[in-house]
Design a protein around this ligand. Structure first.
Ligand code: HEC
Ligand code: HEC
Ligand code: HEC
Length: 288
């Protein structure tokens, strides 16, 4: 799996990437000249997401709206007024649930639009239904434009704040943040010792890092019931890479091999997991 980055760059690439991500998220907003105002959804939306609710109720309401508005449009085009009217009733009923579920969003609803939809549907007035649907859809678009992305960032990213990582026997369980910071220290110590030709020290830090990766692996099961997601990132292959790294570090003169293995670990373990889990945590923190 050798990649074709120039030697040297290949060694530090994972750290450069990590640093870039870190800098991006920790740079204070006021150093940017162009600020973008973001609207966050009302607190009451939380009632329709985990953990307050067992199911993703809001999202399912949205799927129902998407399906029923599609059906109304489909049957109005086909000229099947009965089916159109049946789906229009479903659309109206679900659309009216929005302000009941999130009262702060009452003003986002197009009352006239839904009234006209029902009235036209009852009369089997296809042109009237089409017109009303078009108006309602503008309200969908407007709320989505303002709130969809921030709602997804806040309510649909996994919450790592309460997950504890079991470390060595007898020690207290640690938070994700604590373990992450200590892995970063191990990785930096390892890289410095490696480039300054202190092989034993480099190996000592590599061992510490490997231990932490196996503790970290133990935490994935607190959310993942199937083993595939964990194996993709912290499977046998990763631990074999770490074993090979420990061997390669014995030859301080030949840094190419250890550099390649370090890069591989950085991409497949830290990089891959961060793009799934850490980026969303960072965005969510910015919005809260
Ligand atoms: C679950 C998969 C996962 C893996 C594997 C992983 N991380 Fe993380 N990392 C996270 C999450 C989630 C956060 C955000 C934690 C938070 O802010 O509560 C994070 C945050 C961090 C942070 C920022 C900590 C701070 O100061 O706020 C660093 C540094 C870090 N990780 C380093 C690493 C390194 C180095 C590796 C690889 C050796 C790695 N991580 C592997 C998920 C992972
Ligand atoms: C008052 C705000 C609001 C209104 C009005 C609204 N939505 Fe949504 N909608 C949202 C939010 C917030 C999400 C993000 C939910 C999530 O992904 O967890 C969403 C997500 C969706 C999704 C999922 C899309 C995806 O990218 O996964 C569909 C489909 C959808 N809405 C359809 C509709 C339709 C059709 C209407 C109008 C008939 C509508 N919505 C009206 C707020 C609204
Ligand atoms: C706080 C809960 C939580 C923890 C802890 C957690 N994950 Fe996830 N993970 C999720 C959620 C939610 C998703 C998205 C839905 C899904 O695919 O299950 C996800 C998705 C993933 C995916 C992409 C989906 C796939 O099947 O490939 C991978 C890979 C992954 N996680 C790896 C890990 C690894 C490795 C760890 C431990 C180091 C971990 N996760 C810890 C909640 C968590």
């Amino acid at each position: 799996m050798s990649k074709t980055y120039p030697t040297g760059l290949q060694d530090i690439l994972p750290i450069v990437l990590l640093a870039a991500v870190l800098t991006f998220f920790i740079t204070p907003a006021d150093t940017h000249s162009a600020k973008k105002e973001l609207s966050t959804p009302p607190e009451s939306l939380a009632n329709w997401y985990k953990p307050q609710n067992k199911r993703q109720v809001w999202l399912h309401l949205m799927f129902r709206l998407g399906e029923s508005s599609h059906a109304v449009s489909l049957y109005s085009k086909k000229g099947d007024a009965d089916s159109m009217a049946r789906w229009a009733a479903i659309l109206a009923e679900n659309y009216r649930r929005i302000p009941k579920m999130v009262p702060e969003w009452a003003a986002q609803i197009d009352e006239d639009g839904v009234y006209n939809l029902e009235k036209s549907a009852a009369k089997k007035d296809i042109a009237g239904v089409k017109k009303a649907l078009k108006k309602i859809r503008q309200s969908c678009k407007s709320c989505h434009g303002e709130f969809k992305a921030t709602s997804i960032a806040i309510y649909r990213s996994a919450d790592f704040s309460k997950v504890k990582i079991k470390t060595a026997d007898g020690e207290q369980n640690k938070s994700y943040k604590t373990v992450m910071r200590s892995m970063r220290r191990d990785l930096n110590n390892l890289k410095i010792a490696r480039s300054d030709l202190h092989p034993e020290e480099a190996r000592r830090h590599a061992k510490k890092l490997t231990d932490k990766l196996s503790f970290l692996k133990g935490s994935c099961g607190s959310c993942h019931k199937d083993k595939e997601p964990t194996e993709r990132i912290l499977g046998d292959k990763t631990f074999k890479t770490m074993d090979k790294l420990l061997v390669a570090l014995k030859e301080p003169g030949k840094t190419k091999n250890s550099g390649r293995l370090l890069g591989e670990m950085g991409f497949t373990v830290c990089g891959r997991c961060h793009s799934i889990h850490r980026n969303s945590v960072a965005i969510k923190k910015l919005l809260k």
